[in-house]
Design a protein around this ligand. Structure first.
Ligand code: SAH
Ligand code: SF4
Ligand code: F3S
Length: 448
């Protein structure tokens, strides 16, 4: 019998990228073939994001296109997975009559059955959230490569007032430490060189007695030639033990994504972020003392309800004070069902845009200055392949997750570590020259 072909597109955060690999693992086990050509698909799935209104608009637009394809192939099954499935099931199925299958993040095990329901002419719906599902035992479908995403916990209990994630992903729960370690052993065997541990609040990971610091240490010990990254950390759970663990292991990257969201204590309180700016700055100071050379990145929301010009200036001040390597910056988008949705969305869109623009410009200046300061310095990079623009150059990433471009050199291949000297920098990219290749077979320490 001919295998059915499944095609999937992924939107949103890295958790969704990791979930797509779980979904493909489940479907492949059931006998599906995976296709990259939508024209060859029997099943088209969109793994979706609800974080801001424009994310959802984009997916509705895409669904419109795909529905036209259904005219040529009436048997095509169209499915929506992920956060929008959880949030908009009624709209997607009843009102817009757009899709055949709607499955939320905790019901992917039932996908084969629910797609079969759709092949049988009925709607396949699974949107229950679970307190225990972690897909611990599922082997994700991963193509060959160097870098892998690995979810170690799911859900979120923080309930920031602007955010849909606690509603679309449910309560916090962690995978077992042993299952994560086993997966990294497999990745090591396949030649992977970088693993990013994922969770909405990855540092609130807890498996019985093991906290996130224990997990990081165990992961780092599997294979010293594999770099370990992690995201996203919440300021509330950034313990001293975690900072010391990062400092102790040379293959745990010195880069912490620590969203601050706003520089104003009044706004942070309205957001239910559970920290003050003073506490946050203390954490940054402490981390810099414990982990020499640590870099930070952040998320910022501009135009949260009631945000005044003074609040906005405090956000600019915090960027100047911390000097983040980089930031993801967003305009506030009111989301139905969240607490902030009941507050008046009273900052006019033009003001949100203007403030966001100021935040972006300032951050670019700061990133540029930080990168200029790296000129003449040495960095260890993992070489990922040719640069996007030209095969006369190779592209890699530094310990602090910056893209570094070096001239092609035949002694270096993909997956090698190399010591390089920086000789030019923009706000987004570093350029350098090779000092020496680091022989990875030696399971070396990445930094001295
Ligand atoms: N769990 C992570 C990331 C959550 S989503 C954390 O706690 O930081 C990624 C980012 O999207 C958030 O950090 C926030 O800056 C932004 N975001 C979330 N909801 C938003 C909304 N309603 N409007 C605008 N930005 C939002
Ligand atoms: Fe959303 Fe806050 Fe949870 Fe992050 S910590 S996912 S912003 S509710
Ligand atoms: Fe989007 Fe869901 Fe991730 S809302 S950002 S895909 S957790």
């Amino acid at each position: 019998m001919k295998k059915n072909n499944v095609y999937i597109e992924t939107y949103g955060c890295q958790m969704n990228l990791a979930d797509t690999e779980i979904v493909l693992g489940i479907l492949q086990n059931y006998g599906y073939a995976i296709t990259k050509e939508i024209e060859n698909a029997d099943v088209v799935l969109l793994n979706t994001c609800s974080i801001r209104e424009n994310a959802e608009q984009r997916i509705y637009g895409r669904l419109g296109n795909i529905k036209t394809a259904k005219k040529d192939n009436p048997n095509l099954v169209i499915g929506v997975l992920g956060c929008m499935a959880e949030r908009l099931r009624k709209d997607l199925i009843d009102e817009k009559k757009m899709v055949d299958v709607v499955v939320g993040p905790d019901e992917y095990r039932r996908l084969p059955e629910l797609i079969d329901t759709a092949f049988g002419g009925e709607k396949g719906i699974g949107v229950r959230l679970s307190r225990t599902e972690t897909y611990d035992d599922i082997v994700p479908y991963r193509e060959e490569g160097l870098t892998a995403w690995l979810s170690v916990m799911r859900g979120c209990d923080k309930f920031c007032t602007f955010c849909v994630v606690p509603f679309t992903r449910g309560r916090e729960r962690s995978r077992s430490l042993q299952s994560v370690v086993n997966e990294i052993e497999q990745l090591s065997g396949r030649g992977f060189k970088e693993v990013t541990l994922l969770g909405q609040n990855v540092n609130s990971y807890l498996d019985e007695k093991n906290d996130f610091a224990d997990l990081l240490a165990a992961c780092a010990e599997v294979d010293r030639s594999i770099r370990i990254r992690f995201t996203t950390s919440h300021p509330q759970d950034l313990s001293d033990k975690l900072l010391f663990t990062i400092a102790e292991h040379s293959n745990i990257c010195n880069n912490i994504h620590l969203p601050v969201q706003s520089g104003s204590n009044r706004i942070l309180k309205l957001m239910n972020r559970t920290y003050t700016i003073e506490h946050y700055l203390n954490l940054i100071d402490k981390a810099r003392k414990i982990i020499p050379g640590v870099s930070f990145s952040t998320d910022i929301i501009s135009g949260f309800p009631t945000e005044t010009y003074e609040d906005h200036v405090m956000t600019l001040d915090i960027l100047r004070e911390v000097k983040y390597d980089g930031a993801y910056m967003f305009k506030y988008s009111a989301r139905e069902g969240t607490k902030a949705y009941n507050m008046q969305d009273d900052v006019p869109d033009e003001i949100k845009t203007k403030r966001l623009q100021e935040i972006i410009e300032l951050q670019q200046q700061i990133s540029f200055k930080i990168n200029q300061g790296l000129m003449g310095k040495e960095e260890t990079i993992l070489v990922e392949g040719f640069s996007r623009k030209s095969d006369k150059f190779l592209s890699g990433r530094s310990d602090t997750n910056k893209v570094v471009i070096i001239p092609f050199d035949e002694i270096i291949k993909q997956g090698d570590y190399a010591k390089i000297k920086i000789n030019r920098a923009t706000h987004a990219t570093l350029f350098g020259e090779l000092i020496e290749k680091i022989i990875s077979e030696e399971k070396f320490a990445l930094t001295a």
